[in-house]
Ligand binder design. Structure first.
Ligand SMILES: *Cc1c(COP(=O)(O)O)cnc(C)c1O
Ligand code: SF4
Length: 357
């Protein structure tokens, strides 16, 4: 058995296994028993949790909370609404479409960590939404739609598929003449870096005119280890580009220090920050959500000007109409027919001539 398969088969997903790793609180115990929710993580990721502190940023992403029972702002049937699954265009279950030229290709519902803040909860955690994961049907649809140039393979976690299936998917997509790039959304480099094996790299890697871009999800610097760094290096070395899509999470990364350190540390392991997402209005995750402005404030107060330009993600909210940027808007302080007054990160102003149209 490979190391990653051992990690999956020995998931930490019962109270008995959990108490061997951390001292759980009464509230955590009650949440696990009474919320009746799918939860669990790899032994590797579980070891990164703080033994005693329930406020640990990793612990909060792994262990169910009683707050998941509350739902004031979440939208019912969120995924069907958000991924336009009930629109007139007839599409296979695997295809989610919001744009003309690119789609999300949902290939499975298993994950290595059942993130408590997951917006796909209905599909991967509650399993109340069941999709037919017919990969060939999805491939046929893509083949028939010549306007699609970019396929984002997602889940669940698509890198938990067997190597042969991943190779099949990638090879079939690369044979389609209108496909220019293939993307993977996968938390595996963070929660199960052991999955980045030689055989997987054989399926993904090597020079090809249809490149692969992988976006992972890392929400706190504590999630980054030497194993993560090695997995990313191996991916890059075989030609797979690696980016990060963080989720803005209350009490986890919504303070300046955590937010800045996360983005700086990603660069030290060669990961380029791509997006920070506003925590979406899926049901049962109200307690992770901040005011919408929070992300823009953090970019203004912790990143822009305060650290390396490469460390800057775009802050967006993923909606049923696609992603909408919510970046800070303080830069142009004033404008007249002659000039703009621009403000920098320290609040100092400078001017720029206004060129007529
Ligand atoms: C996020 C998403 C994409 C990709 O969006 P980018 O901004 O290009 O990264 C494409 N299709 C769907 C349905 C998505 O949710
Ligand atoms: S890895 Fe992604 S899809 Fe899976 S539970 Fe976490 S956020 Fe949801």
């Amino acid at each position: 058995m490979e190391k990653w398969q051992y990690q999956m088969q020995n998931q930490i997903n019962t109270i008995d296994k959990l108490v061997e790793i951390i001292n759980i609180t009464d509230a955590e115990r009650e949440a696990i028993i009474t919320t009746n929710t799918k939860w669990g993580t790899t032994p590797y990721f579980a070891q990164l949790m703080d033994r005693d502190n329930p406020d640990c940023p990793i612990r909060k992403q792994v262990i169910p909370s009683l707050k998941e029972k509350e739902n004031r702002y979440g939208i019912d049937n969120y995924l069907v609404y958000k991924e336009n699954r009930s629109t007139v265009e007839k599409r296979p279950d695997t295809i989610a479409r919001q744009y003309h030229d690119r789609i999300a290709f949902t290939v499975m519902h298993i994950c290595a960590n059942y993130c408590r803040h997951c917006f796909r909860k209905e599909l991967v955690v509650d399993e109340s939404l069941q999709l037919r994961f017919d990969i060939d049907e999805g491939l046929d649809w893509i083949r028939d739609h010549a306007e699609i140039r970019d396929v984002l393979i997602t889940g669940g976690d698509p890198l938990l598929l067997p190597d042969e299936k991943i190779a099949y998917l990638v090879n079939k997509l690369r044979e389609i003449p209108h496909i220019e790039i293939i993307r993977f959304g996968s938390r595996v480099p963070i929660v199960l870096p052991q999955r980045i094996t030689k055989d997987l790299l054989k399926a993904l890697g090597g020079f090809h005119k249809v490149p692969i871009w992988l976006n992972t999800q890392c929400n706190h610097a504590k999630e980054i280890t030497e194993h993560t760094a090695k997995a990313v290096y191996d991916l890059l070395t075989c030609g797979v580009n690696v980016g990060n899509q963080a989720v803005l999470l209350k009490g986890i990364n919504d303070d300046r220090e955590s937010f800045k350190t996360l983005h700086q540390k990603l660069l030290t392991i060669r990961v380029r920050p791509y997006y920070v997402f506003y925590c979406e209005p899926a049901p049962g995750i109200d307690h992770f959500r901040t005011p919408v402005e929070k992300g823009a404030e953090l970019i203004r107060d912790a990143l822009r000007g305060h650290t390396t330009g490469l460390a800057q993600p775009m802050y967006v909210v993923a909606t049923n109409m696609g992603k909408i940027p919510l970046m800070p808007d303080y830069y142009i302080q004033d404008k007249n027919s002659d000039s703009y007054t621009l403000r920098n990160y320290r609040g100092c102003v400078t001017t720029l001539p206004n060129i007529p149209r």
